[in-house]
Design a protein around this ligand. Structure first.
Ligand code: AGP
Length: 612
């Protein structure tokens, strides 16, 4: 996510703004910038660059900024490449107003077209720039805060913004809608920040803005109102966290924070990707036409690790909804196999980082054979997105923990939406079925939240099983990939040998492993293969295997076979991977913590495998 820092007071703004950005680096970003108000020239002066905060710091050493009013920003790109022009802050036509933004303006294209008609000059590809030109449009004979109010009333999407103007340099304005923003309360100085860590070196007194609130800060005054200007009661709190805890939002590890972000990530995606007025899916940067998609004769998914498991789920989803043949390949195998793909093949390359060497190589191999490339990726401007014909961003925000969690469910969510989109084109779904699927998808965030509230029980199961020397994870049908993902999560952060297997394969070998020293996680929600899973569990039970079952709420039968049951809400089988994976993420997390492993940076692993 982007990071915002603002300052107004008697001190030099630059060092405060820079230090604040450094405290927000954990949020992940690709560019950094700052603007301050220079009284002597009555001007706004900007320094901004792609790259790390230290690159901005080096520039500021050479060309420092004076002034004691300013805003600064670290950008996690969602619209427009990570480059100098697209970095924040952004200015209006007359360089009177400066803005920084965290979030996504969904209707920016319409607004931009209208503002261009009204002769506003745009220089970036960002959605953010429409906001500062909208403020300029309304900033005629009214206060800055009123101009901001009128501007944000035109916006759809999520936005936390910081605004300053050289016309009223005694004001620092903050707005919160869908993205967090916090006021830091100082003595003869006040602050804005996206997150607490950026404030802790200056103050522990903070005010968390609520949704649809605006803060107007001067150095010795704080006014908070609703968007319509109605004053709201301020409730400052004193933060007890240290900086490191604060960067994880109060969670002990980034991985746990990211596991808990999954409902919000899915909710944001559904808001961005499903039209408000009718049950249609749309992708704004797909760049592969409906005609080209209609002409596709087969699909091949290429990916590694967790992304590969998402791709395996994708096979069930796409074949079920689009009635098209889907193969799924490990990128590292695909690239050396002389694959049978051609101009009629759609390659779906799934990658959180967009920099995985094997997946990039697989895509280049497929391009040589004239296949169409669709990237499903979380990092805008990454190599994969630049080499693909079309891109669907997962917009999960930066994933800091090496073990992928929210990116995985975001990839799955994209695949559900993509399948509905392709089915629409291929006419393999009737309208009622499509509406039903979309409505079911919309219920998932709440169901995920229900599981996350149940973590204590999962922790207790982890306590009772963390000492096992090896685990088997079993699943069937669309939850076979879920079992693979559960095994990968456990092995990569606890270093316990863990194997995912199709439960139907038990008799073909793995059942030889079963004894009282083997823990077996069985993914057994109510489904068309439930009875088959029960048979597998009975086989394990009769051989004294230690069973941990993931079962649907209300399932009493499973209790005859094991006391270790993690109940999950009932959901349509097709969507169950979005639910069944959460208990396994939490189980892996708790076992890793219990075993004293480095959850966020497990040994031998990198977040992005950019080499073979
Ligand atoms: C998953 O938890 C691992 N960190 C790893 O398997 C990862 O999924 C794999 O390296 C692929 O990375 P990518 O999605 O960035 O391409």
């Amino acid at each position: 996510m982007c990071g915002i820092v603002g300052y107004i007071g008697d001190k030099l703004a630059q060092p405060i703004l820079l230090n604040g950005l450094k405290r927000l680096e954990y949020r992940g970003y690709d560019s950094a910038g700052m603007v301050t108000y220079l009284p002597v020239k009555n001007s706004l002066s900007i320094r901004k660059l792609p790259g790390k905060v230290r690159v901005l710091e080096a520039l500021l050493k050479k060309k420092p900024l004076s002034g004691n009013l300013g805003i600064s920003h670290t950008r996690w790109s969602t619209h427009g490449e990570p480059n100098q022009v697209n970095a924040h802050p952004h200015l209006d036509c007359k360089n009177e107003i400066a803005i920084v933004h965290n979030g996504i303006i969904e209707n920016y294209a319409v607004l931009k077209a209208q503002l261009i008609k009204e002769k506003h000059k745009f220089i970036s590809q960002t959605d953010t720039e429409v906001i500062v030109h909208l403020i300029e449009k309304f900033y005629k004979d009214c206060s800055l805060e009123n101009a901001v109010r009128q501007a944000i009333s035109k916006l759809e999407g999520s936005f936390a913004i910081g605004v300053i103007s050289r016309r009223e340099p005694d004001k620092l304005i903050g707005v919160r809608c869908g993205s967090p923003l916090i006021v830091g309360v100082g003595k003869d100085e006040n602050f804005l920040a996206s997150d607490v860590p950026a404030l802790l070196d200056a103050t522990k007194e903070v005010i968390f803005l609520e949704e649809n609130e605006m803060a107007v800060l001067s150095k010795d005054k704080i006014e908070i109102t609703s968007f319509s200007g109605v004053p709201v009661k301020m409730s400052p709190v004193t933060v007890s966290w240290d900086v490191s805890q604060a960067q994880k939002g109060g969670f002990t590890h980034f991985m746990l924070k990211e596991i808990n972000e999954q409902p919000a990530v899915l909710e944001n995606m559904l808001n961005q990707r499903i039209l408000k007025d009718r049950p249609e899916v749309f992708f704004d940067q797909l760049k592969i036409s409906r005609e080209e998609i209609f002409a596709v004769k087969n699909i091949t998914v290429v990916a590694c690790g967790t992304a590969y498991h998402a791709g395996l789920c994708g096979k069930y989803i796409l074949e079920e909804l689009c009635k098209i043949s889907v193969s799924v390949d490990l990128s590292s195998e695909f690239r050396y196999r002389n694959p049978l793909v051609d101009k009629d093949t759609l390659i779906i390359a799934i990658s959180q980082s967009g920099e995985t060497a094997d997946t990039l190589a697989a895509v280049r191999e497929a391009k040589k054979k004239e296949a169409k490339i669709l990237a499903v990726c979380n990092v805008l401007g990454s190599s994969l997105t630049r080499e693909a014909d079309g891109v669907i961003y997962t917009n999960a925000g930066p994933e800091i923990g090496v073990a992928s969690t929210k990116a995985y469910t975001a990839q799955l969510s994209v695949l559900y939406l993509l399948a509905i989109y392709i089915a629409d084109i291929r006419k393999t779904l009737d309208t009622n079925t499509k509406i039903g699927l979309i409505n079911t998808l919309k219920t998932i965030p709440r169901l995920q939240e229900k599981i996350l509230k149940n973590q204590k029980e999962i922790t207790a199961i982890a306590q009772r099983h963390h000492h096992f020397g090896s685990f088997l994870f079993l699943g069937r049908h669309i939850n076979f990939p879920s079992a693979l993902e559960g095994a990968l999560k456990l092995k990569e952060i606890s270093y316990i040998p863990a194997e995912g297997y199709a439960a139907g394969e038990m008799k073909h070998g793995p059942i030889a492993l079963i004894d009282e020293y083997r823990a077996v996680v069985c993914v057994a929600p109510h489904s068309k293969v439930y009875e088959k899973m029960i048979s597998n569990i009975q086989e394990i039970h009769s051989r004294r295997g230690k069973i941990i079952a993931i079962a649907s709420e209300g399932d009493e039968k499973i209790k005859e076979l094991t006391r270790e049951v993690i109940y999950i809400p009932q959901v349509d089988e097709l969507f169950s991977p979005l639910i069944t994976v959460l208990p396994m993420q939490l189980l892996a997390y708790d076992i890793s913590v219990k075993r004293g492993c480095d959850v966020d940076q497990p040994r031998n692993l990198a977040k992005s495998v950019t080499v073979e």
